[in-house]
Design a protein around this ligand. Structure first.
Ligand SMILES: Nc1nc2c(ncn2[C@@H]2O[C@H](COP(=O)(O)OP(=O)(O)OP(=O)(O)O)[C@@H](O)[C@H]2O)c(=O)[nH]1
Ligand SMILES: [Mg+2]
Ligand SMILES: [Zn+2]
Length: 335
């Protein structure tokens, strides 16, 4: 059989090792990863990845054997606590802008927005916060004010997919760029994407009356290319935003971290030490208690993940050296 030459494709869909990729002409094709990837799930290509592969003839149409993963410009991953063991899950790769979507109801949480921000703080990704469904609540303005007060340096827009009020979104979807919509189920990610595309591409679902929670209508991450050549990734609502060893609390916490240098003691624990600038700011009302608590909680999680990753790395190293020493022993025997 003639071996076809390698081509570059972009992953637009992935589900249990079934891939769909776009070729250079914008045609979507089914794909599969080559055997070398099978063992290391963490290195599987994700939606948004550029991959190299070969076109192979199939019964109905060609399919692609994915053989290589190209270097990522950026990546969004989270700790997925579901299932038997927690693991890092790559949500999407090669993203320029992340839209963090919220809506004005009881599920609204500034702390959660902060966690989304932590997933991208170390990446070259621009965060944009969207408060969607402003048509649906009389509290929208108050919610929006909370966002801008907490995140003064981050672009935020109050929008309504239902009423086609999309100011701030299209301006942040540049030609040939890739954007992703992340947020809890039911906040209207898919509805927003349909409004931007101007067609009902993504399925949308009602939210539950009792608690305003979504029903997890979108079940897979999917990349859609717009007429202008931008790529939009829709994602299923996340149940938890687990931080990883690469998460960072980010520059939006610089005001808190700047306080540390004003503490009397260099190793201040910011609890009950005399001359603590953090406690002074908390007591004086300059620093919100809930914000400080969320900062501490996130730091704790990131430190924990870093330690775990370090240990995993050490045990990998140990295994590697154990293998090498066995090989050396065998070599000595043969001599
Ligand atoms: N009033 C109002 N309802 C909206 C708006 N945007 C979305 N909705 C409704 O909110 C519900 C959930 O919308 P989806 O787009 O399915 O939400 P999603 O974020 O994609 O949810 P998952 O796919 O489950 O993660 C649907 O009933 C939408 O009609 C809006 O701007 N205003
Ligand atoms: Mg959806
Ligand atoms: Zn202190």
């Amino acid at each position: 059989m003639k071996l076809l030459s390698k081509e570059t494709f972009r992953v637009v869909f992935e589900s249990r090792e079934n891939y769909r990729v776009l070729d250079g002409n914008g045609n979507e094709l089914p794909g599969e990863i080559a055997g070398v990837y099978r063992n290391s799930e963490e290195h599987w290509p994700a939606v948004g990845d550029w991959v190299s592969g070969r076109r192979l003839p199939g019964e109905k149409c060609d399919w692609i054997l994915i053989e290589g993963l190209q270097k990522r410009k950026s990546v969004i991953k989270r700790k997925d606590a579901g299932g038997r063991s927690s693991r890092n899950q790559v949500l999407v790769a090669n993203v320029d802008v992340i839209f963090i979507v919220t809506s004005p109801n009881e599920d609204f949480s500034l702390n959660r927005i902060e966690r989304y921000l932590a997933l991208v703080a170390a990446e070259n990704i621009q965060p944009v916060i969207l408060l969607n469904k402003i048509d649906a609540s009389t509290q929208s303005e108050a919610f929006f004010l909370e966002i801008t007060k907490r995140f003064p340096k981050i672009s935020a827009f109050a929008v309504s997919a239902l009423e086609n009020k999309l100011d701030g979104i299209k301006e942040n979807i540049k030609q040939n760029s890739t954007v992703v919509f992340l947020g809890s189920s039911g906040v209207g990610k898919s509805t927003l994407i349909n409004a931007i595309l101007g067609r009902p591409k993504m399925e949308i679902g009602e939210i539950r009356e009792e608690d305003s929670k979504g029903r997890h209508t979108t079940t897979h991450r999917e990349l859609i290319v717009t007429e202008t050549g931008a790529a939009i990734v829709d994602t299923p609502g996340l149940r938890s935003v687990g931080l990883t060893e690469d998460s960072e609390s980010g520059e939006w916490f610089s005001d808190i971290e700047n306080l540390f240098s004003n503490c009397k003691f260099g190793d201040c624990g910011h609890e009950s030490e005399p001359g603590c600038a953090v406690q002074a700011a908390l007591n004086g009302g300059d620093l919100e208690r809930s914000r400080w608590q969320n900062y501490q909680q996130m730091q704790k999680e990131i430190r924990f993940e870093k330690r775990k990753a370090d240990k995993a790395l050490q045990s990998e190293e140990k295994k590697k050296w154990a293998k090498i020493s066995v090989q050396i022993k065998q070599l000595k025997k043969w001599r």
